[in-house]
Design a protein. Structure first.
Length: 280
């Protein structure tokens, strides 16, 4: 069976278990929620499976969740009790997990399988709005704890064949992630300046230049104020690496998150829906 080549995405996934909430906190992510629903529409056909690279999972080497029925990882704090009982009961895919491991190790990058890893909020927070019926297999790929951008770009390049096999590759992090300054005005300017740099690097630079800029991301304006630690940025590297010659597109952009923060999501490659000929 042949598949249309799927684009890759980097999604700024929002705060905690927001899709399972009501009220003001949930409303802060209305635009993000719409962008995730739009992603589903622009994919045109349902992916065979989804591979999420989550900024909430780090291991000494790349690790792939390989359980048939993954559980949940409630990796947040300070929320109501019921938010520690929510479920996103999508199946896993041991076959896809093994395929990811094979692609990485075949390219010289160490990778292992973890049959016990559940879905963290980097995964279920984006999957719940996109596929609320939880009927598509989902596999998670961890970050490598060394946090080397070049390594994560290379990992993306190695798993790129999945795009032709019906697997949607999604990097899940945040374009701005400084928890200490996220809820006050100190975060406004760093998030805006770093986002402007990201827009230029991802949408305007040549593929070769884009790679160079991402490897040296810490030299960007206010980079370390935007990302004191790069765990939420590195899923972007994998998404870009898997679409290294293809254009970037901004698919979500918000400038007033929590009172003034800027956050964005990006697609790399054309959406299948845009490739379909118009009906006569």
């Amino acid at each position: 069976m042949t598949h249309t080549r799927l684009p890759t995405y980097f999604v700024s996934h929002g705060g905690g278990p927001w899709p399972y909430m009501e009220g003001e906190f949930r409303r802060a992510f209305d635009r993000l929620e719409q962008s995730l629903k739009d992603m589903r529409r622009e994919l045109a056909d349902t992916p065979k499976a989804v591979l999420v690279i989550s900024g909430h999972w780090e291991e000494p080497e790349f690790t792939v969740s390989s359980g048939e029925q993954p559980g949940m990882v409630y990796d947040y704090y300070g929320f109501a009790d019921y938010l520690y009982r929510i479920q996103y009961p999508a199946p896993g895919s041991p076959a896809l997990a093994s395929r990811v491991q094979q692609l990485l190790t075949g390219g010289g990058i160490g990778a292992r399988l973890d049959p016990t890893r559940g879905f963290d909020h980097g995964t279920f927070s984006i999957m719940k709005p996109m596929y609320p019926d939880a009927d598509i297999p989902v596999v998670q790929l961890s970050l490598n704890r060394n946090l080397d951008p070049a390594l994560h770009l290379e990992a993306g390049r190695l798993i790129a064949p999945l795009r032709d096999e019906g697997v949607l590759i999604v990097g899940s992090g945040l374009s701005y992630h400084n928890l200490r300054e996220m809820r006050d005005t100190r975060g406004i300017e760093p998030s805006r300046r770093f986002d402007a740099w990201l827009q230029q690097a991802l949408l305007e630079a040549s593929p070769e230049r884009r790679r160079e800029l991402l490897i040296r991301w810490a030299e960007a304006p206010l980079a370390r104020a935007a990302h004191p630690r790069e765990d939420h940025l590195l899923p972007l590297m994998v998404a870009v690496g898997a679409a290294e010659e293809e254009r970037g597109h901004c698919v979500y952009h918000k400038t007033d998150l929590f009172g003034g923060l800027t956050a964005s999501s990006f697609r790399f490659g054309d959406a299948p829906a845009a490739r379909r000929p118009l009906a006569a």
